[in-house]
Structures are given as C-alpha cells and as structure tokens.
Write a protein that binds this ligand. Structure first.
Ligand code: PAF
Length: 283
C-alpha cells in the first residue's frame, strides 16, 4: 500500500490508473477506522480493481463547538488496518494542502442540507459536500462507497453527484451493527459501558417500527411518537428527533398510503453522547 499526502501526486496517479483502464473505487473517511469502514473496503474490492482510501479530518464540516480538536487521529493504526485490508493507496493530505490560503469555494445542496442533521449542525453538509467534491476531483473514482449509517450525508452526496454531473457511481453500504444492535460509529468510543448499553434502545426502536409496519399501521407520526416515548423511558437517554422521511428529499412523511419505502431517522443522546441511526422501512 502506498501512502500519498500530496493532492497533485494523487491526482496524477489517478489519471494514470484511468489511462491504464483500471476501475478506481474510493472510500472517504476521517480515520479512526473501524469494522464499518473495513466493510466498505471489502465492498469496493468486489466492485473495483484499485481501492483508494482517504483519511482527512475535514475542519469545514465541524461547527465551532464540535469535537474537531479531540476527534481521534490514530494514523499509524489506521494505516496498518488499511494495509491489512488490502487498500492499494492511502491518501492522507494535510489541511493546508486542501484549504490553502485564500481558499474560498464551497459546494452546497441547499434544501436537503437544512433539515435534521443540517438544522442541528449549520454548515456541516456544506463542509461535507465541498470536501467530497474535492476528493472526487483528486481521486477520480469510477465508484465511491459511503455507509448508510450517515444516511443524510449519503443523500446529500447522491444529490450533488446528480446536480453537478459528476461521473462517479455512488454505492450505499449497509450499516454494520454490534451483536446487541448498536450501529458501529467512531463516536461510540465516547460512550461509558452504561451509556453503550442504554444506546441499544435505538435498534429496539427500529424493530418496533418494523413490527408496527407488519401490523399495517399507516400513521407514521404516531409510530414516531411511540419511539420517542421508548427513548425517553430509557434511563440516561433523551430523544433528539424521530421522523419518517422521503428517501430522496428527506422531507418528513406523516402518513403512508402503503407499499412505499421511507427512511426512519433517529437521533438521541445517551448521557452526553449524541447518536444517530436509521433504517429503510417499507410502509
Ligand atoms: O463520513 C465521513 O467520514 C465524512 O463526512 C466524509 C464523507 C469522509 C467527508 O469528510
């Protein structure tokens, strides 16, 4: 595995790979690699000939009171995990190569970025859309794989690829869960063992929604209320939002006419740690 930090070098190499008719697959990460990321690498290997993994803790997607400075950066460990997983190129640039002095261009998907995570984290999706566009231009991938764990991020990326005619196929990869149902996330390291146990309520809520669907409940809003109640009744937990949304626009859906798929979005606090989860629901 070759480690590259210079964007120009990465771009020239990607161009050469393309000229040699190699199919490039990219996985974009902020490091602190875990099983979830490695499942994306595996998926990329099944689809593409060359796998590029990017590690960049992108300052522009963190709000002023968020965890940019304490975000974990175990680079040596990440590099050895990537190598063991069979990644071909690890692209890990410094922030000043990505956002040099006088940098001023941004990318924003206006409507979807203002809802849910976007409403809570102003500017977050503008930061994501900008870095993802830059990384597309640097790594020139034929395919890019993103986890469904950050489902609104995936919807923003699908939107920007469509809107800006970016010639990359976007693949959504299923959420990887622990045996107890907790979705694997870099931020789970902030949970105490008690908070981690309590956080399993999220998966129980998804199962509850599926059960209510099997009972042919059409009132999605009342199921969302039941779920909020389940979270509230879990010691140490507090719901942030629970909503069924249209998969593409992320507009909330209150009732279903039946036989359509929606996304159930969940955000809650376990202690001080904010967690998100989601599931595709046929309603
Ligand atoms: O999901 C992430 O880790 C980040 O938001 C991404 C897509 C790498 C952009 O910085």
């Amino acid at each position: 595995m070759q480690i590259i930090s210079d964007p120009g070098q990465m771009q020239a190499l990607a161009e050469k790979l393309r000229l040699n008719r190699q199919c490039i697959g990219v996985i974009m990460t902020m490091g602190a690699l875990h099983e979830g990321h490695l499942s994306l690498v595996k998926l990329a290997q099944q689809t593409a000939g060359i796998v590029i993994l990017t590690i960049f803790v992108n300052p522009s997607q963190f709000g002023p009171n968020e965890d940019l400075h304490k975000y974990p950066r175990p680079f040596e460990k990440d590099a050895s995990l990537a190598k063991a997983a069979g990644v071909d190129y690890l692209f890990a640039p410094d922030a000043d190569c990505i956002y040099p002095e006088h940098y001023q261009t941004t990318v924003e998907c206006s409507s979807i970025s203002s809802l849910f995570e976007g409403a809570l984290r102003p500017g977050h999706f503008k930061g994501v859309a900008t870095i993802v566009t830059k990384l597309f231009n640097i790594t020139k991938p034929h395919i890019a794989i993103f986890g469904e764990k950050d489902i609104q991020q995936l919807a923003v990326i699908r939107r920007l690829v469509k809107d800006l005619n970016i010639d990359t196929k976007i693949i959504g990869a299923p959420i990887v869960r622990e045996e107890n149902g907790l979705a694997i996330s870099s931020r789970n390291i902030y949970l105490s063992s008690q908070e981690r146990d309590a956080a399993t309520i999220l998966y129980k809520c998804i199962c509850h929604a599926e059960k209510r669907m099997a009972e042919h409940e059409k009132d999605l809003d009342s199921i969302a209320n039941e779920i909020e109640q389940m979270i509230t009744l879990t010691p140490g937990c507090r719901p942030d939002y629970v909503s069924f949304v249209d998969e593409e626009t992320f507009e909330p859906v209150i009732t279903t006419q039946g036989n359509k798929t929606y996304r159930l979005l969940l955000a809650m606090y376990s202690g001080k740690v904010r967690l998100i989860d989601n599931a595709k629901i046929l309603a």
